[in-house]
Design a protein around this ligand. Sequence first.
Ligand SMILES: *Cc1c(COP(=O)(O)O)cnc(C)c1O
Length: 370
Amino acid sequence: MPRPIQALIHPDALAHNLNVARSAAPDAKVWAVVKANAYGHGIERAYPGLQSADGFAMLDFAEAERVRALGWRGPILMLEGCFEARDLEFCSRLNLWHAVHNDAQIDWLATHKTTWPHRVFLKLNSGMNRLGFAPAAFRTAWMRLSGLTQVDEISLMTHFSDADSEGGIERQLQVFQAATEGMAGERSLANSAATLKLAAAQPEVRSDWVRPGIAVYGSSPDFPQHSMADWGLRPTQTLRSRLIGLQQLQPGDSVGYGSTFRAEAAMRIGVVACGYADGYPRHCGTGTPVLVEGVRTRVVGRISMDMITVDLGPVPHAGLGSEVTLWGHGPHGSVLPIDEVAQSAGTVGYELMCGVAPRVPVASAGEGGE
Ligand SMILES: *Cc1c(COP(=O)(O)O)cnc(C)c1O
């Protein structure tokens, strides 16, 4: 008997969410961002749900090979470009478009031998201060690239630091527009937050290509301001398990390591086969939402390596073997947004979906779980 924990990936929900992003940016093309193994979903498992994308964006060359191996012949964009000169061989062989964000990458291109010139995305640092040319250096970089026989089309890109929050994008948008003024080429600016919040109203934000990631995977980019449901998104990853133990507590009894939870009245506790070694965050304390048989209840006590303990008060009919939904789709149409669990752990949905442990078996499934 395998341990009952399981992760489910929902291709229909991926396709639905990709459509939500597309509808928000009607005349733009859509990069489905599949970095980090499709945000922990598994590229091969996510692919059937993402085939209506106009291209795939990532940063690992091994992942680009996997997308080509699946039969994808359309655009692939390497978001961080080449890490060393040799990576250009991959770009030539697999026909990968790649970001150019520093002078070393231009130097490598200048000495690269290729039959087909490359499509590159020149990246502007418009204020995030991670990757990209400073505004004052941007035009020089563009001129250098324009002079290379190794380069075909030059597109222009930048990345927003505050699209999901108060700061917004106006300042960075202005910097981008000033630095790229008069330059030919397609443009790409918007991540999920900018796509959902602003792309419909602002053509210069949706531009030619939007780059949604997290929204495609059913997490709200600006939670808790908006929930997954507010944006019309659906969970694409479910983590589920079963009750493998039951305990009856009397007033004053405690649960788990450190006895951090103590019962005030008699209560029934369920023990779930899921712990931090499965990727469930140890920071999820008492009160973190969880579904038992589709009924919402809460974690009590500390998360252990292999087990968590939950309050069965709201679910009197629960027993050994009852289904437990840690996040995603539960039975009878129930849903537990990954964002709510992440919030309880002081983190974001991204980290949870990327962090499901290798020991958890994964299957593809409909949103009903079958
Ligand atoms: C990860 C990433 C995205 C997608 O961001 P989300 O917040 O997941 O939508 C877009 N562009 C770049 C350059 C990225 O690295």
